[in-house]
Structure formats: structure tokens, C-alpha cells
Design a protein around this ligand. Structure first.
Ligand code: NAP
Length: 487
């Protein structure tokens, strides 16, 4: 068990109506460190009854929160942002021990999550309506925006702080209250964020956090309870599809940030060093466990050999180990299942004719402990390999060769996903072509890092609905009301 005194923000109970609560059944579940299997904490395992209670208190708290002026809500959110940054190191340590990412990345995730709170503290004051010219001199057309009400949020384990912050911040800015269920692998970052929200003065009931193992039961209540007017979900496409069906009964509003299968394309005129830097950032961040990770690499035939040699040289600099240790750039995967999934995808590609271009050796000190997979480069991956069709969610890059623009655009768009894409080229004409032709919600041109609070993050096709961040991000949390005034 972690020494809790090192982490004053570490909470192990549910957060409902401003109180830290055990599960009604007193049940708990273990949260373990993926780097070594150590038990970090036993956390309250809540179920349907606690979820129903949290929804009821959120419904009481929401109208009072919405009645505050936008400036008052903004000031409180701003205090929360300040507190998150003041506690950045401790939050990052909690994140690393429960999720596995290297400490430097965890520090970055806390700043990234906090940036959404800062951004929406500002946007809270800019939820403008409209006065629209009317067709009649006896009428005035007015549009106002109102909070949707009680929001349910379900978040994944790969960014346990940022994915929650980017739902809570716009929801609260708009005047909504939230009942959130973090992934059961990583509930501690969410609970720590809530502790700081309380300290910042966010009133009881406006944020509620429900840790629990029975996600289907908690999700069932969140999606069937008529008080909840909106669901914001980040996670797998399979679970997203189930939740759409569950929300259909009440016609709840839904934001979905689902899986991706990002293509990473290097054209013959690209700056190869820039492309390699982008590939390392995009592919290996969080050990390859991000929804926008480069998942399929299409490399022009004329630079294929040169690019692969440069990429191997850069991959040799990656250092695998426990994320709390200094110099580590690749932590463990989240679970044993995750390692087995990556092993199966690599085996399938090799059976199809791919070759191993490079595979790091795991340090003996970590081998056998924790859920590690070595950074791996596969060459000549068949186009139809599962590696190119499914989210790898591991530190494996597989290269595919291509010859023409038309061919590679066809390959890129031949996917049911459409989250992020990355292209490297020096040609302005080609950039225009790609910008218009590529079917994805986000496109990085000559860069492998595209996510920030100012930009609209989200996908098309089976990668989801709605956008998080940017001035568009608050739209998902407000209803538009049109008022026709007659005179
Ligand atoms: P997941 O299995 O879909 O889980 C996501 C969340 O849903 C967790 O909190 C999980 O809880 C919960 N959940 C699982 N089954 C549920 C059910 N039947 N009803 C209600 N909730 C349920 O996904 P994951 O493996 O944690 O996360 C990785 C996925 O998220 C990847 O596909 C990744 O691409 C995607 N993702 C997308 C974005 C984006 O912005 N597009 C960002 C990050 C991640 P438990 O874990 O407790 O079961």
C-alpha cells in the first residue's frame, strides 16, 4: 500500500454532495501500480444506489450553481485552476503510480488538464446569445443559451486527469452539475481533482465522483435516469455504441470521444528529421496509449529506407521503466490484457509477412514485473494486417510503403475511424489537397502534437460526436432557446 502521508490529495472514498463516502455495501476494490503490481489503495466500490443519490444531489445543486453570475463561476473555476497548478507535482505523482506514464509526461498532463479549466473559466463569461433581425416589425427574435442541466461523465484510464478536466470545466462554466465515473484502473486522479475543486469553493453537489468496478451498472443508472440530460463519454467505440443505445430512451444529448486509427504519412518531400521527431512524439507518448497516437505509418517508397533508419536511431534513445524513475520515457501498459493484445497484433503482422526492424530489450530489472512491452518497429507490414485496422495502444510502429498521393489518401480514408491524422510534406498544394480530402476530425501537418485547450478536439465517423476544448467546446453543455417577443 502506498504511504498515504506522501500524498495528502489521495482520496479513497466516493465524493457525493461534498462528502467523502464509503460504498453503501462498504465494498472496496484495489488500485494497483501497473509498473510493479503494488497495491496503491483500496477504493470505495459504489454501485447503483450511490449513483442515484449523486444524481439527485446534482439536480438540487445545479440550479443554484447556474444562478451564480458567469463571472462568479469563472472566478471559482480560476481558483480551481490555480490550485491544480499549485499541486501539480503531487497530482502528477498520483497519476504516474496509478496509470504508469513517466513523471515528466504526468506533469505535462496535469498542466494540459488545468489548461482546460483556465480556458473554460474564461469562456464562462462568453456564452453569448443573439438578437436576430425579425421579418415583422411587431416581433423581436432573441436567442439565449441555458445549461443543459445534470451531466454524466464517463472517462478512460489513459488520461485520468485531463479527460475529466475537459468535461468538468465546460460543464461547470455553462452552469451544469456533473456526476462522473472515472475508469476503475485510475480513480485516484479524479478524486484528487475533486478535493481541489472543493477547496476552490465549487459548491457541494456540483461535482460528484463515483469510483466503482461495476461500470455497466453505474453507466446503466447514468444513462437511464431521466434527471441526467446529457452524457459525455470518452472511451472505446464499442462501449460508446452501447451508451448511445442506452441514452436513446430519454433522447439524452451525447458527446462521444471514441477510438481512433491515426495515419502518419511521410511524403517524398518531407523534412525527415521533423517527421521522426513527430513520429516519436505521436507514437510513443504514454507508451502508445493515446487515442490520437500514430497507428499506421505510410511512408513514400523513395524515402522509406532513410526514414526507417532515422526512426530506429531515435527509438534507441527511448528508455523503458517505472515512470517514477528519472530518465524514463516509456512506462508500462495499463494491464496484462493490454500487453497480450499488443503481442497478438504483432504476431498477426509477422505472420502476414512483416519483419522486425527494431525491438528494444527490456531491462532485466523490470522484465517479469509490471506490464511492459518493448518499443518495436515493424517493417513491410501488410496493408490488411490487424495492426493497421485496430488501435494498437502500445509502443509498436508498423511501416507500410506507398507510391502516389491518390493511393495514400485512399488508404487513409479506408477506415471506420476518423479522429486524428498526421502528414509530412513541404508542398503547399499537397497540404491543401490533404486538408480537404482526409476524413478525420483533426489533421496535423508537419507536427505530431496537436492537442491543446484552444483547439476543437474530436472525431468523425466512428471516432465520435462533438468537440472538447476551444470556443466550440461549451456548445455541448448549453441548450439554445429562441424567444419570439411580440409587441
Ligand atoms: P473503455 O473500456 O470504453 O472504458 C472507458 C470508460 O467507460 C471507463 O470509465 C470504463 O469503466 C467505462 N465503461 C466500460 N464499460 C462500460 C459500460 N458498459 N457502461 C458504462 N461505462 C463503461 O475504454 P478504455 O479502454 O478505458 O479507454 C481507451 C479507449 O478510449 C480507447 O479506445 C481510446 O482511443 C479512447 N479514448 C478516446 C479519446 C478521445 O478523445 N477520442 C481520448 C482518450 C481515450 P471501467 O474501466 O471501470 O470499466
Amino acid at each position: 500500500m502506498a504511504n498515504l502521508s506522501n500524498f495528502p490529495l489521495l482520496r479513497t472514498r466516493a465524493f457525493i454532495n461534498g462528502n467523502w463516502c464509503d460504498a453503501d455495501s462498504a465494498a472496496t476494490f484495489p488500485v494497483t501500480n501497473p509498473a510493479n503490481g503494488d497495491l496503491i489503495a483500496s477504493v470505495a466500490d459504489v454501485g447503483v444506489a450511490e449513483t442515484r443519490r449523486a444524481i439527485a444531489v446534482a439536480a438540487q445543486a445545479q440550479p443554484l450553481w447556474a444562478q451564480k453570475t458567469a463571472k462568479e463561476r469563472s472566478n471559482i473555476l480560476r481558483r480551481w485552476f490555480d490550485l491544480v497548478l499549485q499541486h501539480q507535482d503531487e497530482l502528477a505523482q498520483i497519476l504516474t503510480i496509478e496509470q504508469g506514464k513517466p513523471l515528466a509526461e504526468a506533469i505535462g498532463e496535469i498542466a494540459y488538464g488545468a489548461a482546460y479549466i483556465e480556458w473554460f473559466a474564461e469562456e464562462a463569461k462568453r456564452v453569448y446569445g443573439d438578437v436576430i433581425p425579425s421579418a415583422s416589425p411587431d416581433q423581436r427574435i432573441i436567442v439565449i443559451k441555458q445549461p443543459v442541466g445534470v451531466v454524466a461523465a464517463i472517462t478512460p484510464w489513459n488520461f485520468p486527469c485531463a479527460m475529466l478536466a475537459r468535461k468538468l470545466a465546460p460543464a461547470l462554466a455553462a452552469g451544469c452539475a456533473v456526476v462522473a465515473k472515472p475508469a476503475s484502473e485510475t480513480p485516484l486522479s479524479a478524486l484528487a481533482l475533486a478535493a481541489l475543486a472543493q477547496e476552490a469553493g465549487i459548491p457541494a453537489g456540483v461535482i460528484n465522483i463515483l469510483p466503482g468496478k461495476d461500470s455497466a451498472a453505474i453507466g446503466g443508472e447514468l444513462t437511464s435516469n431521466p434527471i441526467v440530460r446529457k452524457l459525455s463519454f470518452t472511451g472505446s467505440t464499442a462501449v460508446g455504441k452501447q451508451l448511445i443505445q442506452q441514452c436513446a430512451n430519454d433522447v439524452k444529448r451525447i458527446t462521444l470521444e471514441l477510438g481512433g486509427n491515426a495515419p502518419f504519412v511521410v511524403f517524398d518531400d518531407a523534412d525527415l528529421d521533423t517527421a521522426v521527431t513527430g513520429a516519436i512524439a505521436s507514437k510513443f507518448r504514454n507508451a502508445g496509449q493515446t487515442c490520437v497516437c500514430a497507428n499506421r505509418f505510410y511512408i513514400h517508397r523513395s524515402i522509406y529506407k532513410q526514414f526507417s533508419e532515422k526512426l530506429i536511431a531515435a527509438m534507441k534513445q527511448l528508455s523503458v521503466g517505472n515512470g517514477v524513475d528519472s530518465g524514463i520515457t516509456i512506462g508500462p501498459l495499463i494491464s496484462k490484457n493490454a500487453v497480450e493484445k499488443v503481442q497478438a497484433l504483432v504476431a498477426d503482422a509477422l505472420e502476414g509477412g512483416a519483419r522486425i526492424g527494431y525491438q528494444a530489450e527490456l531491462n532485466k530489472a523490470i522484465n517479469g514485473q509490471g506490464h511492459f512491452y518493448p518499443p518495436t518497429l515493424l517493417l513491410d507490414v501488410p496493408r490488411n494486417a490487424k495492426l493497421n485496422q485496430q488501435e494498437i495502444f502500445g509502443p509498436v510502429a508498423g511501416l507500410v510503403v506507398f507510391d502516389t498521393d491518390e493511393e495514400v489518401i485512399g488508404l487513409i480514408n479506408n477506415s471506420e475511424f476518423g479522429l486524428a491524422s498526421y502528414c509530412y510534406t513541404a508542398s503547399a498544394k499537397r497540404i491543401k489537397l490533404l486538408s480537404e480530402a482526409i476524413e478525420s476530425g483533426m489533421l496535423g501537418i508537419n507536427t505530431g502534437l496537436i492537442s491543446n485547450e484552444m483547439a476543437p478536439f474530436g472525431g468523425i465517423k466512428q471516432s465520435g460526436w462533438g468537440r472538447e476544448g476551444s470556443h466550440y467546446g461549451i456548445d455541448d453543455y448549453v441548450n439554445i432557446k429562441y424567444i419570439c417577443e411580440g409587441f
